[in-house]
Design a binder for this molecule. Sequence first.
Ligand SMILES: [Zn+2]
Length: 297
Amino acid sequence: MEQDPEQGLQSSLVSRQVQRHRIRTEEPLLGSLYLTARRAGLSDQMTMNLAGILSWEIDLGRQLRKNDRLAIIYDKIKSPDGELLDTEIQAVSYRGRNAELEAIRFERADGQSSYYNPDGDNLRRELKRYPVDYTRISSHFDLNRRHPILGVRRPHLGVDLAAPTGTPVYAAGDGRVVERGRNGGYGRVVSIEHGSGYKTLYAHLNGYARGLRVGDRVQRGQLIGYVGQSGTATGPHLHYEVIVNGRHRDPVKVDLPKAEPLTDDYLAKFLSHAKPLVQALRDPDSGDDEIKIASND
Ligand SMILES: [Zn+2]
């Protein structure tokens, strides 16, 4: 009996491949995203990933409401022996009173992946909306404001994000540090140029991230300093400005630049990839189920 050596190699490769189990889950929102994710069976790591996806569009501290609907399609990636290697969120929908989102994961041929809305717009923004985990907005952007301490008309060119002294402040996006130092009433300031005409400014800092210098390249989410009340400030907060082509804009409302759109041929691939996922997300009758899919999907 002659055995085809190539055939043997093929089947041993196939049997060594990882397996994916696709799962759809839909839950009403409980007290918090964390509790909801726990009930849906998500690991802590997946919950972090989920929060990362949702937070591109949704203010998780303020816009989530009890009984909003959260649907997730994810893959459990297992070794041939059945050991859980990884989980990957393929699609998410959030339907709520104050917030709506549909996100589909798509990986390009170069291995770069991101989450897109069903039309193929990248959900990732070059800038995060808020560079600090704040407790409340203590003062809004206002071009006609009277200064609370000086009593004179003094435009408020940013938003004041109240937070305890020492709270970490992160770069809103990738860029280059163009200012780090004292600047009059602003106290300790860091400014970052992001390209595409965007610049951000962080004022009243208690201190700077260790080693941060003018000219440094920073990445989105990198620690740049700490909340304080240096300069003219009535309490600890981050004064945050977004400047677009030299003009101050309201950081809460300004359109944030979107990251890399899909090229035309990727867009076509994305749309056919997304269609069944979007259908499964929207179909309330799909219920919670587990679907075995081809391992090379
Ligand atoms: Zn301010």
